[in-house]
Design a protein around this ligand. Sequence first.
Ligand code: URA
Length: 437
Amino acid sequence: MAAEQFSAVEVIRTKRDGGELSNEMIDWTIDAYTRGVIAEEQMAALNMAIYFQGMHRAEISRWTNAMINTGERMDFSALADPSGRSLPTTDKHSTGGVGDKITLPLAPLVASFGVAVPQLSGRGLGHTGGTLDKLEAIPGWRAELSNEELFAQLSTVGAVICAAGAGLAPADKKLYALRDVTATVEAIPLIASSIMSKKIAEGTGALVLDVKVGSGAFMKTEAMARELAETMVNLGADAGVNTVALLTNMDTPLGLTAGNAIEVQESVEVLAGGGPEDVVELTVALATEMLAGAGISDVDVRAALNDGRAMDKWRAMISAQGGDPDAKLPVARESHTVLAPAEGVLLKLDAMDIGLAAWTLGAGRARKEDAVQAGAGVRLHVKPGALVRRGEPIATLLTDTPEKMERAIELVQRAILIGSDSDRPDMRLILDRICAN
Ligand code: URA
C-alpha cells in the first residue's frame, strides 16, 4: 500500500493554529476523506478548525475544486436547439427560504428568451421547502431524468427542473452529513464550497445566486449574507462561471403561500401575468440577471409573463416530464383560519415560524426518507405593512393530518406582530447586488 502524503493530524493542527492549507494538503484531504483514510472524527475536528479560523480565497477555491474532482462534470458547451443554433446556459441557486417558489416561474421565463436553463434541484429538509417536492404535487410529473433526457429536453424545450444526480461532487454529501451533526454547517467557507462545487460541476455558463437574509434564512444578518455572497461569486469567477448574487430579504415568506401544491398554483398565477408583487419582482430581477449573464440585455422580461410566452414554456416543460399542466392540484382535507388578534399595522409575519408551521402541517419532512403532503401548507391573506382589523383573516392552515393543526396554529399566532404605523419595518425585498472582485 502506498504511503499517504500527509497525516490528518498534521492538516488539523495547521488549521487549528491559524495556518494556511497548501494546495497539496487540500487535494489530499478531500481525496483521503472520500477514500475513508481520514476518519469522521478527524474531519469533524478539521471542520471545526475551519469554522473558527476561516480560509483564504485561494484555499476555498482549491477546496471547492477538490470536491468537484470527486465526481462527474457536466458539459453543455455543445448544446443546440433543433435548428442547430447553439444555446447558452444559465442557472440560479437560492440559499433557501420560506415560500421560495421562484425557480418555478423563473426557469420557463428565462428559457422563453432562447437561453437554456438546466435547473438541478433538491428536496426540502426542515422549514424551507424543496423545489422538487413542489413540482411533484403536479399529477404525473417526474423529477428523475437521465443525463440523455436532460440534454434532449434542454435542446427542445430549453428549460428543465429535475433532481441533481448523485454523481455531482459526491464528497459534498459525506461532508454535509458530517457537518450537520457536528454544528459546522454555518462555516462560510464550507457552505460556499458545498454550494459552488455542485453548481460548477453542473457546467452552467452563467449563475445567479439568491442569497437570503433574515429570520427564515441560513444567514440571519446582512453582514454574514454579504460575506457568503462575496465568497461564492469569487469562487464562480475563479472557475470561469459568470456569477452574480442578489441579497434578498427573508424575514417574511415570499408571496402568499408556503407549501407544495399551493406554491405551484401561485407560480402559475405569476406565469399568467398575475400573482403577488414580491414574487413577480424577484422573478423578474433574477431573470434579468440570468439573461445578462448569458449575454442578453435590453429585453422586456415582464412582457414575457404578461403575453403568455413564459406560460407556453412552463406547459412544455411540465408535459415533457410527464406532468399534466391542466390537472387539478391536490387539496388538503382540513383547514383552519387564524384571525388578527388586534387592530393595527401588521408589522411582522415571521418567516421562520410560518415555515415551521407549514412543515408541521406536512408540507416538509423531518428525515430525508419521509413523504410530504402535496396539499399541506399555509396560505397568507395579508403581508406585513397591511392595515388589519381585529378578527380579519391572517392565514389559512391546510393539512391532511388534523392532529398537527393545534401546534401549527400556535406557530402562526407567534409569527404575527401587530403595532402602530411608526414601527413599520424596512420592506425592501432586494437589498444589494454583489459581483466578483
Ligand atoms: N446548501 C448546501 O448545498 N450546502 C450547504 O453547506 C448549505 C446549504
